[in-house]
Structure formats: C-alpha cells, structure tokens
Design a protein around this ligand. Structure first.
Ligand code: ADP
Length: 334
C-alpha cells in the first residue's frame, strides 16, 4: 500500500485517534481559516444558536474530519459522523437526524456522492430543521414532518465541482483547505512525536515534514515508520540519518514522491518529450484510469510544481527534469 497517498485508507491510520487535535488551539496551520471559524464559533455561542452549516473543501488527509470534530468540541455539542456512500436509503439519514440534539455537529464526508433522494431530504433538514417522513404505503401513504433540533451540518468534499449548487447554497460558511506549509508540517510532526513519546531531532522533523506532501495524515504515517526504523537503527531516537535511510528504503524522495509518481513524470519526459500529452493518452501509457490519474496522482504533482495542466494536455515543468536529474531534449518544444 502507498504511504504518501493519503486517500488510500491504511489500517494504521486508525491509530491516529490519539494524534487528532481536539481543540482549535491544537489544530495547527490553516491560520486564516481558523481565525474566521473561531469568530463564527464565538458568535454562535454568544447567541446560543447553532453554527451555520459548514462546507469543507480540500484534498484528503488535510484535516476535514478533524476540524468538524474540533468545531463540535469548541461548541460543546454532540458530534455525529457518516459519509455519503453510507446514506443509501432515506432511513439511513432519518436514523441519524432523529438522534440529533440541540446544536449537534453532523459531519457528512464525501458529500458530492449523495443520492438525489437523500439530498432532497437533507435540504429540508438544513433549511427548516424538519424531517420529511412517509408513513404507510400506496393510497393511504402520507408524509409527516418531524421537527428536529437546530443542528450544524458539516459537509466535506475533495471535489467541490461535483457538489450541486442547491446544496452548496445551503451552506453558510465555506472553508477551503490548502496543503500545509513547511513550518506547520514541522510543528505537526513535533506535536505527534510528543504524543507518541518518541524523541526526534529538529532536522529530522523537517525532513519528514518536507516529504509528506503538505498533508498531516502522511506526516503521521511517515513518523510512525521512522519510529520503527529508529528502533532498529538508533535505539529509538529519530535523527536525520534515520529519516534519510528510512525514506530511501521506502523509495520516497525529497518531495514525497513514490516510485509510481516519478514513473508518470518519466513517461511524459521520455515518451512525449515532456508533453503536452492528452490525459487519455497519458493514462493509457501509465496503465491507469483517467480518473485515477486526475484525482489521485496529478493534484500533488501539480501542487509541487512538477506538472502542468494546459489546454493541450499535460506538461512537465523544468523543475521536473531537475528533480529527476534528467536532461531536457533541446529539440523539445518546451
Ligand atoms: P480528512 O478528513 O481531510 O481526510 P483527517 O481529519 O482525517 O483528514 O486528518 C488526518 C489526520 O491528520 C488526523 O488524524 C490528524 O491526526 C492529522 N491532522 C489533520 N489536520 C491536522 C492539524 N491541523 N494539526 C495537526 N494534525 C492534523
């Protein structure tokens, strides 16, 4: 299984529970977003109202679920969590909505995957705090409306473009997550190391941080792996040397790329002279579905400044040549 791709759930991520920040103060990075949120939270608390529905957008592993839980803790209310694919039948949603208490934070992950019937139900719940419920069957069937306490829906998605506009319009607050800065990533590594009670040098934390794709989930995974290497190599202390050796063994490079990420760049360089190459053609060349390529591999390659999406297709950047230590073909058109 891939370590640096935060979207593949790993068994070991379950162990993250203790690493999860519980309050805004422990939630590192994303400063601008946090500042706004803390204002909205205080205001809602002062007015003794539920917080506006909250829409969280961002790549996997950046802390959307964590933030939803933090918001519930800050407000001092119940927290319920589900994901859109788990809401198959109306009764699945009704089952949760009927247990909502005053101000509950109800988190729905992957909200772009809601079924239309469920989405309709959710509109009413979000807007009127009511649950439409059909009782009976056939001609005697009738709809009753069950009131539910005011609550806060937190919807999270990695693909804002796939969320319907009626749903988006029902969220009062939108938070966009960006990949974490190096300094924030280092702070996260140090915080996690403290919780896991492992000793780590600053330059070792910096290297884990820079190899983690700006993604806390990846940093926590790498930290745990490095703890293992450290146990074998240096009596449990994580030094920079341990991290260098560990990353080498895991075939993770200084930008947090795994072999397959590098393979994609190499194919564009070697077969298509650096690009542009169409997404379909590229997908076939690397043996992946276009969706997988676009959703899974490309975002970070683009973010890291290695790849560009252009109207004519994908192109590697000069930085990609540099990073892979490959010569640019002077006949190339880039
Ligand atoms: P998402 O829901 O966006 O996929 P999660 O909320 O599951 O991401 O976060 C993944 C892990 O990363 C969490 O278990 C948590 O330990 C860590 N994490 C996320 N955001 C932060 C943060 N801002 N500060 C510290 N750790 C974080």
């Amino acid at each position: 299984a891939s370590i640096v791709h935060p979207e593949t759930p790993l068994e070991e991520d379950r162990g993250d529970l203790s690493l999860r920040p519980r309050y805004l103060q422990e939630f590192l990075g994303q400063a601008a977003m946090k500042e706004n949120l803390s204002v909205f939270i205080s205001a809602a608390k002062q007015r003794k109202e539920s917080l506006d529905h909250l829409f969280l957008i961002g790549p996997p592993g950046l802390g959307k679920t964590t933030l939803a839980q933090v918001v519930a803790n800050e407000l001092g209310v119940d927290f319920k969590v589900t994901s859109a694919p788990a809401l198959d039948k109306p009764k699945d949603l009704a089952g949760i909505l009927t247990t909502v208490t005053e101000g509950t934070v109800f988190f729905i992950d992957e909200i772009h995957r809601l079924k239309p019937t469920i989405e309709e139900m959710l509109y009413i719940a979000m807007e009127d705090y009511e649950l439409d419920w059909i009782i009976g069957q056939g001609p005697s069937a009738r709809t009753i409306r069950i009131p539910i306490p005011p609550f806060t829906l937190v919807g999270a998605t990695t693909k804002a473009g796939m969320v319907s506009s009626p749903l988006i319009s029902r969220f009062g607050i939108t938070c966009r997550f960006s990949f974490y800065e190096q300094a924030d990533m280092e702070a996260i590594v140090h915080r996690s190391a403290g919780i896991l009670k492992v000793s780590i040098d600053d330059d070792a934390a910096a290297l884990i941080a820079s190899s983690s794709r700006g993604t806390p989930r990846v940093a926590n995974r790498l930290l745990r792996r490095m703890r293992d290497f450290a146990q074998v190599l240096e009596q449990g202390h994580i030094s920079r040397r341990v991290v260098q050796e560990g990353l080498k063994r895991l075939e993770i490079d200084s930008l947090g790329l795994e072999r397959y990420d590098r393979e994609i760049l190499k194919i564009i360089i070697e077969r298509y002279n650096g690009g542009p190459v169409g997404a379909e053609t590229l997908a076939i060349s690397v043996g992946e579905a276009v969706d997988t390529l676009e959703d899974y591999y490309e975002p970070y390659l683009i973010q890291a400044g290695l790849l560009q999406r252009t109207p004519r297709g994908r192109m590697v950047t000069p930085f990609a040549y540099e990073h892979l230590n490959l010569e640019r073909n002077s006949n190339g058109n880039n």
